[in-house]
Structure formats: C-alpha cells, structure tokens
Design a protein around this ligand. Structure first.
Ligand SMILES: C[S@@+](CC[C@H](N)C(=O)[O-])C[C@H]1O[C@@H](n2cnc3c(N)ncnc32)[C@H](O)[C@@H]1O
Length: 209
C-alpha cells in the first residue's frame, strides 16, 4: 500500500487509538518551543492536526502539508484558525513553499516513512530563512532496531505503513550536507524509564552555516 493510502485507512482511528509515540511527541514539541512567537511555520506531515492548532498560536502563518487527504480532512474540521493553510503534498517531491518563507519547520513522526533524508534536508534548506530552525522528532532508531514501527488496526487486521530505518548519523550527515548545524538533540523515555530504549529522538537544526 502506498503511504498516502495507509494513512487514509488510518485517519478515522488515528486520534482515538492508544498511541504512546503520538502522545509523547505532542509533549516534546510543546516543551521544545517555549518562545511566544516563531513567525512563519511550515509543518511537515501535519496528520490530523495534533500540533497544528498549537503551532498556529505561535505563528503569523502556518502552512501544513500532508500526503493523506483523509488526515487533512480531519485536521481541517478540528483547526479553524485563520492563519493556517492545509495543503495536500508529497514531501518526496518539491514542496509547494516559496524559498526562504519559513522561520521554523516542524516534522513530527514523518521521517520514518521517507526513504531519502537528503532530499528532505535540501528542501528544508530551500524553504527556510537564513538561521531558520528545523525540528524533527521521530521514533528513536534504537526502537527501530528492536522492531518497532508505526502500526494500526482495521477490521482487516494489523497494517504497517511503509517505514525506513534512519540512524542518528544519517540525520547528522544529511544535515551537514545541506549546511545545517545541530542546536539540540534529546531522547525521551516512557515514564522516565531511563534504563530502557528511548521512545523518541528530537533534533533541532539551524540553517545556513
Ligand atoms: C504518524 S503520522 C504523524 C502526524 C502528526 N505529525 C502527528 O504527530 O500526529 C505521519 C503523517 O505523515 C504523513 N506522511 C507520510 N509520508 C508522507 C509524505 N511522503 N508526504 C507528506 N506526508 C507524509 C502521513 O500522511 C501522516 O499524516
């Protein structure tokens, strides 16, 4: 199944199913961006809008992109803020965003589904203003090595949307190749169980070194 079709099938249950990864990432984003204002925000893979409404309160404008029309349809019903534009787009081809438009790009739980990290960083470099920030938060590679990946259930059974393992060095090398510097790297655990594999990794980069 193509990734857009997988998320179209997941859309109706995405918000209501139990999902520790989804919920923890929402907390991570909110504790990472503590400033009151971030100018123009580009949200990659907005899904059902878990973070979009919150981002809209910190932005002049939010452009929220996603490949799944069903995920966007749910987000549109929930988020009525006038400074948000939802657009259906595949992040694996040129993004519908003007060069230098964004002050901040956020990307929550999307990169797992993207094979070519370098293309994402190249487009982020194009879409950001100089010294713009690029936030990524993903299922931790350690979890991926242990077999975890996005999954959901329908009446037909368990589905695993297409997923790729990205090592920490892959993120850092793609960033360096596209002239980003690393500002912050953090790991997040379930219930502070630090002896276990972290659930999430977050990285914040700055463009234009
Ligand atoms: C796990 S959901 C995360 C949604 C939201 N960011 C969140 O944290 O709840 C992944 C989202 O990425 C989107 N996505 C996956 N691959 C994509 C691609 N190539 N282009 C655009 N969106 C994509 C999916 O449609 C889905 O909405």
């Amino acid at each position: 199944m193509k990734i857009g079709d997988s998320y179209n099938a997941w859309a109706d249950s995405y918000d209501s199913m139990k999902n520790k990864t989804r919920d923890l990432e929402g907390k991570v984003l909110r504790q990472t961006f503590l400033n009151p204002h971030y100018g123009n925000i580009l949200e990659l893979g907005c899904g059902t809008g878990k973070n979009t409404g919150w981002l809209s309160e910190k932005a002049d404008f939010v452009t929220a992109l996603d490949i799944s029309p069903k995920m966007i349809e749910i987000a549109r019903k929930k988020i009525t803020a006038e400074n948000v534009t939802f657009t259906e787009a595949d992040l694996q081809v040129d993004w519908p965003v003007k060069p230098g438009w964004a002050n901040l790009i956020t990307c929550s739980l999307v990169i797992e589904h993207i094979k070519d990290l370098d293309f994402i960083f190249a487009e982020a470099a194009r879409a950001l203003k100089r010294n713009g920030k690029f936030y990524i938060c993903e299922l931790h590679p350690g979890k991926q090595y242990a077999g975890s990946r996005a999954k959901f259930e329908t009446e037909e059974g368990v589905h695993n949307p297409e997923a790729y393992v990205h090592h920490i060095s892959d993120y850092l090398n793609a960033a360096k190749h596209n002239k980003f510097s690393l500002l912050d790297l953090n790991e997040y655990f379930d219930d502070r169980e630090k002896e276990n594999i972290p659930r999430l990794i977050s990285l914040v980069f700055e463009s234009g070194i």
